[in-house]
Each structure stands twice: as structure tokens, then as C-alpha cells.
Design a protein around this ligand. Structure first.
Ligand SMILES: [Zn+2]
Length: 173
């Protein structure tokens, strides 16, 4: 979420004021009336399974040891279960089918709500979307290590359904 200092409607400064029970940034001009609600943004995340492995991806700019789930935003008019299939196909170039819904998880630091799914990828060559991803890794399910963040907790919960009980580690370790 952007941290607005100026009103996106009229360009005047935003000031902090209590509104509907919380301190919020509102437009200094009463006639404009803009309020920055800072609502969380929904983000879909995919645990991509293929032939006994989970495909993890590294975003451009991440340290070399960081790998996470495929994630993405919803297009206007799209439902999360449609968005997650589209995002996986766009980002790693594999056809996928829905495995199932896993759950919703908070990602407070980014002000996001993670909506996690398990998807099953078909055979084929992985082709990364090079505008977003730098690398991928295929990890055997019995070796996948979930991390202590929204998407990692989703992975931990999914591993549990497969009979693997895992402690959360710090992301990237
Ligand atoms: Zn304004």
C-alpha cells in the first residue's frame, strides 16, 4: 500500500485525524473529503505441486536464498480461484488445475490478506515471467521447509494435510 502524504483527489496535504474510531489520514480540505482508509489488499498465493515436488519462486531483487510461493493480485472482476490459476500460468508458464483452498492468512507488514490455494501443475517446461521472477526451485514435498510469514504458514498447514508436521523457520533460511 502506498503511504500517501498528499490527497490523490485534490493534491492538498493529508492530515491525521480520528475518523470512525481510528486515526486516519484525511484531506486537509473539508470540501474534498478524501479519507485514506488503508484497507488491506487481497493477494492470492499458490502452493504449486508437481510430481511430488513443490515449485517455489524467487522474485527479482530478492537475496539468492529466498524462495516463496507464487503470488499475485486479482484483476478487476476476477475471483481469487481464477486469479491464482492465471497467476501461476503467467509466472511459471505451466498449465495448472485447482487442488483446493487452503485458507486466509494475514501479512500485516504489507497490509495484505493472503488467500492461499493448492494447485497442481501439469507436465511441461517451466518458463519464468522474467519481468517478475529471477529463479525457481523444485523441492520434494518431504523436504519443504515452511517459513514464519503468511504464505509460509499456509504451506505449513498444507504440509500437515499431507502428514508432515513442520516447525516454521525464518524466511530465507
Ligand atoms: Zn483532497
Amino acid at each position: 500500500m502506498p503511504k500517501y502524504n498528499f490527497c490523490p483527489q485534490c493534491g492538498k496535504p493529508l492530515v491525521e485525524e480520528e475518523k470512525a474510531g481510528k486515526v486516519r489520514k484525511i484531506c486537509a480540505d473539508d470540501a474534498c473529503g478524501f479519507i485514506f482508509w488503508d484497507n488491506p489488499l487481497p493477494v492470492v498465493a499458490a502452493i504449486v505441486e508437481r510430481k511430488g515436488h513443490v515449485i517455489l519462486v524467487q522474485s527479482i531483487g530478492w537475496p539468492a536464498s529466498w524462495f516463496g510461493l507464487v503470488t499475485g493480485f486479482l484483476e478487476k472482476g476476477e475471483m481469487p480461484e481464477e486469479a491464482v490459476l492465471r497467476e501461476v500460468q503467467e509466472e511459471i508458464g505451466l498449465e495448472v488445475e485447482m487442488g483446493g483452498y487452503i485458507g486466509m492468512y494475514p501479512f500485516y507488514r504489507m497490509n495484505q490478506l493472503i488467500i492461499a490455494y493448492h494447485v497442481i501443475a501439469k507436465d511441461g517446461e517451466i518458463k519464468l515471467d522474467e519481468t517478475e521472477l529471477a529463479a525457481y526451485r523444485e523441492v520434494p514435498i518431504e523436504k519443504v521447509q515452511p517459513w514464519a510469514a503468511g504464505t509460509g504458514i499456509a504451506l505449513r498447514d498444507w504440509l500437515r494435510t499431507k502428514g508432515y508436521e513442520r516447525e516454521l523457520v525464518q524466511f530465507g533460511s
